[in-house]
Ligand binder design. Sequence first.
Ligand code: PHE
Length: 489
Amino acid sequence: MVATTSTGRDGWSSRSAFILAAIGSAVGLGNLVRFPAEAGANGGGAFVLFYILCIVLIGLPVLLSETLIGRHGQAAAPESYRKVAEESGASKSWELVATLGVLSAFLVLSFYCVLGGWVLYYMYLFVADLIATGVSGPAFDGMSFEAVDALFPAMIANGPVTVVLNLIFLAITLFFVARGVSGGIEKVAVYLMPLFFVLLVGITIYSLIGGASQETFDYLFTFEPEKLTGEVMLAAVGQAFFSLSLGVAGMVTYGAYVSREVNLAGTSAIIGAADTSVALVAGLCIFPIVIAAGLTPNGGLGLMFQTLPHAFQEIPFGSLIGLAFFIMVGFAALTSSVALMEVPSAWVIDQFRLPRPAAVLLVTALAAVFGTLSALSTGMLSGFHPLGFLPMFEGLGFLDTLDTLTSKLTMPIGALFTAVFIGWIADKRLVDAENGLSGGLHYLWRFLVRWFCPLALLLILLGGIFPDRAAQLFAALGGGEVQSAEVAE
Ligand code: PHE
């Protein structure tokens, strides 16, 4: 049976299904790859504490704004913005904010599935290793440090492999999205998220018992104010944002399938808390094994695809733990890619009145074209820098260009306008009837959406476009040192 929302459309079958799907959207490579890598690159505790502050002060208010617009509109994101605008006597051009979000979601989808493909490759590596060396031994037994290190560059340079794996990951995503909200998207979250949590907790306990737990706690939670530089703050804000899936109309789209009875403030708080907890636990999962193996928790993709496999080389049951780890990452990536695919698909369905399977197939085909360019950008197309004439994109290949374009520009722009829309433009009664807040929290939320979020988001945007100037400004405000060479000049 297909569950429906109050307007008779396909929707979440229950409040908990919505919560799991939204957590599934939020928890992804952002928490497992990006968060530990950013924490590693940005000095640990200072980054982590500032990150939590950003989630509470910017992330949650915008998350509630997005779900609220979706629930009120009960339609694909642009139409939901238009409805709220029209009922508030405002210009219907506000729908352009969501149109930009739909475009961003599509672009993120196109490179996210390339990374999903890399995760599939590592699953294959660990399965092969398990078969070759057995369950109880360390991973990659007998292979040198250099040989394990070389696995990652060899994979990303191998065009046919990355292209095919991207297509496989896209096809898996398509399989669920084509089945609809209650029949597919919800199912993948309801089955995979509990399994994800079991794997995460299990591996983390193993890692904390056998690894360098004390050093990890010191590293992640010791707050050293002098490490809180402008760059660290900008990195934390951007990460908070990517992690909660904001600014791509994703939570608007998911919000549209929520029934009227659900309290949006309460559910947003649960989603935010779960997403943040997973990021922190991911740190507690990864760093103890890495530090115990005598490796430095460095930043970037190397942490997951090179440093961690080295760490699995050092521990008993390394191949098994490694396989469980990459299966867990794959689950998290899939529940996020499903959300990313649903945003443009819902729009195509509404806009062109296409049946769902046709719309999803169209989105997938286009994503496959963009994805192929991203997949090849780490190999034979590495010299192709599509926006290289702009300083912000200088030297970036196709995948990195899309990543920078979305996370530093279109996502913060989308969220900035959403905060302004809800804080200043939308009818206050309409907003109050949807948000489920009362008392002091209501005033706090209004203040954050009207003043704090727009200003903070403007700073993130300027920070993305003029990193050096913004770092100087933040450093002056936060009293931290400016470490970047260019800034220090
Ligand atoms: N939040 C997801 C992650 O952390 C990524 C994502 C962004 C998913 C935007 C949906 C929409 O990996």
